[in-house]
Design a protein around this ligand. Structure first.
Ligand SMILES: [Zn+2]
Length: 321
């Protein structure tokens, strides 16, 4: 199922925990102009106003803007496209984001979570172009997946499909905020990596000085040190990659996708992560499918959710017509 030809422009918006990126997208997913602001947290009204202002600014003097697409952190209701909850945005109550933004912008608005948006973006115009069965893995502070099967986003019965961050990888693993233990996210997410890197740091590692200076090491620090040749940081990256590889092996055995696309904040580190994951997948080739054949890097990079938001609107417009 590929997208039909379309004419109008679409404003795409990527709502993250720290920043909101908005872009004027062509029907082919090219971003022509963009704006970035800090995310107003806690107060949904301020966020709605900020997004409506971004849309108005990008659409000014552009009579061909036909819709707005959003990829947002948090859980999105697949029916009314409200945001059911978002810890990252500091929202504890459901927010009728689509209805509020349609009232403010006068344009049709289509919303999905940022990882589903990333999957649709990669499918339409990125590393999954021309492929109808793919898994997009967003590895950042947390970990999520967007699943495209037969060219369509698979949402599951309640819209919660793709919560790969809560796939249990270690029966005796650390507790997860979700209530279970040993979830992928608490073993291989960016937040977990930073926490592992901040404790028991060997004195000869570059991370020791960072831990001492900043009080904590970030995932980005680990990747930078690993690239500079720090042996301890390289071990931490390998450990993260081993857990991700186990999750990918499990997913590949369930779905047999043509592509597993590695994206998200931790994948924006050159080839370091994808190379380590590919190597780790080499330890798990005894089963039906070799995960290494499916694994590729994101083609849209940091723009996956933004470009994906344009794809979300394209799919929404098509479903309506
Ligand atoms: Zn969990």
């Amino acid at each position: 199922v590929s997208l039909l030809p379309a004419r109008g422009l679409i404003v795409g918006v990527d709502i993250g925990a720290t920043k909101i990126a908005a872009g004027l997208g062509t029907p082919h997913g090219r971003i022509q102009a963009r704006l970035v602001i800090s995310t107003p947290r806690e107060d949904p009204d301020r966020l709605v106003t900020a997004v409506a202002d971004l849309v108005a600014e990008l659409a000014r003097g552009q009579p061909r803007v036909t819709a707005v697409g959003l990829g947002t952190c948090g859980r999105v209701d697949p029916v009314d496209q409200s945001v059911m909850s978002s810890i990252a945005l500091g929202w504890s109550r459901p927010v009728a984001l689509r209805a509020l933004l349609e009232a403010r912008t006068g344009l049709p608005v289509f919303i999905d979570n940022d990882v589903n948006a990333g999957a649709l973006g990669e499918h339409a115009w990125g590393a999954g172009h021309g492929v109808d069965d793919l898994i997009y893995l967003g590895v950042g502070t947390g970990i999520g997946a967007g699943i495209v099967l037969g060219g369509r986003l698979y949402r599951g019965a309640t819209g919660a499909a793709g919560e790969i961050g809560h796939m249990v990888i270690d029966l005796d693993g650390p507790p997860c905020p979700c209530g279970n233990r040993g979830c992928l996210e608490v073993l291989a997410g960016g937040k977990a990596l930073g926490a592992f890197a901040s404790t028991d740091v060997p004195g000869d590692s570059a991370l020791a000085a960072i831990a001492l200076g900043q009080g904590a090491v970030s995932a980005r620090d680990v990747f930078e040190a690993a690239r500079a040749g720090d042996a301890h940081a390289q071990r931490l990256v390998r450990r993260t990659a081993e857990y991700l590889a186990v999750a990918i092996v499990n997913v590949v055995n369930v779905f047999d996708p043509q592509r597993v696309i590695l994206g998200g904040g931790l994948a924006q580190t050159g080839d370091l992560l994808v190379t380590a994951v590919r190597e780790a997948l080499g330890h798990w080739t005894g089963c039906f499918v070799d995960g290494r054949k499916a694994l590729v890097s994101t083609a849209l990079g940091q723009d996956a959710a933004l470009v994906g938001a344009v794809a979300v609107a394209r799919h929404g417009l098509e479903a309506r017509s």
